[in-house]
Design a protein around this ligand. Structure first.
Ligand code: NDP
Length: 309
């Protein structure tokens, strides 16, 4: 076990984690931040980020995360490589295990472990990730202006992404595996009333086609087994996200989809001294800037909690 009692342990290195680190470091809480499986979080899997305020020319996801990391380090955040594999919030101080062997004690914990977009699992999809395959239309849609794209999925997110893309792109195909959508009636209505969206019910994606420039099309198969090719430059997956809450599930209150429940308007979880920030507690907005904002909220809640004891 490490000797040092950590005042504020931050788990996760996306915009939420690093913003929480910047604020808690400046408040003198000497935060320790564990980067997790994917240092830098989901943004490192995207290319250019043009909607994060403060970057008029845009910035790559990787450069933005590097800047946030440097800013957190500048104020003394102890940024460590490692994955939290176990957390025990039943004892105080809290006990947390890193990489299955190294045990730490912390007075407070900010959980910012994020959520991961689900992918279809096709090798061709993996090959073109960041080269036409994306899981975030708000992040990447702009790069497909006036082009044809496809959205896979039939839930509210898929409908939202499709209507957003329809406002930028020439044409949007929605590829839905069933003969109906799961999305709310209002969202379905919006999709059906958008002239440049074509809904392909009962189609599954067999293969992403492309060349060295990126995606050029999709090979689909319908319920009767017939193949169909569509020419698109972009493929947007909208088949759901899964929050990274596995190790907390027996201790923190989670909603039916596994997102951490917080006291509305705060970052407080059901355990005093444990706070949640970013996508791990946000199934709705999932933007870098909203995650950063919630990291700030968690840092302030954490600071006030420590002062009030
Ligand atoms: P959902 O789980 O609701 O929908 C996922 C969609 O992806 C379904 O159509 C599902 O198909 C399809 N899908 C899943 N796996 C595959 C696969 N392997 N291949 C092809 N298709 C697949 O996820 P969402 O992200 O859309 O929504 C999550 C939650 O957030 C929901 O509760 C939603 O209502 C909410 N939300 C609300 C919004 C709003 O109110 N404005 C906006 C966005 C989300 P199938 O139906 O066949 O399982």
């Amino acid at each position: 076990m490490e000797n040092q009692l950590i005042k504020c342990l931050i788990i996760g290195s996306g915009p939420a984690g690093y913003t929480a680190a910047i604020y808690t470091a400046r408040a003198g809480l000497s935060p320790v931040l564990y980067e997790g499986i994917e240092p830098g979080g989901q943004l490192t899997t995207t290319t250019d980020v043009e909607n994060f305020p403060g970057y008029p020319e845009g910035v790559t996801g990787a450069a933005l995360m590097e800047d946030l990391k440097k800013q957190a380090a500048r104020f003394g955040t102890d940024v460590r490589f490692g994955v939290i594999t176990h957390a025990d919030f039943s004892r105080r101080p809290f006990q947390v295990t890193v990489d299955g062997r190294h045990v730490l004690e912390a007075e407070t914990v900010i959980v910012a472990t994020g959520a991961s977009a689900k992918y279809l699992g096709l090798p061709s999809e993996q090959k073109y990730r960041g080269m036409g395959v994306s899981a975030c239309a708000t992040c990447d849609g702009f790069f497909y202006r006036k082009k044809d794209v496809a959205v896979v999925g039939g839930g509210d997110t898929a409908c939202e992404e499709a209507t957003y893309l329809a406002s930028i792109c020439n044409k949007v195909y929605m590829v839905i595996r069933k003969d109906h959508m799961r999305a709310s009636k209002a969202m379905q209505h919006r999709v059906m009333n958008t002239p440049n969206i074509e809904v392909l019910f009962g189609h599954v994606t067999e293969q992403v086609i492309g060349d060295e420039q990126g995606v050029t099309g999709l090979l689909l198969r319908d319920a009767a087994g017939e193949e169909k090719m569509i020419d698109v430059s972009g493929l947007f997956l909208a088949i759901g996200h899964h929050p990274n809450t596995e190790i907390f599930k027996d201790q923190l209150d989670l909603d039916a989809d596994g997102y951490i429940r917080t006291v509305p308007g705060t970052s407080k979880t059901n355990i005093e001294g444990v706070f949640a920030a970013g996508d791990v507690q946000d199934p709705h907005y999932r933007q870098a800037i909203t995650a950063a904002g919630s990291g700030c909220v968690a840092a302030l809640d954490c600071e006030r909690y420590l002062l009030s004891r």
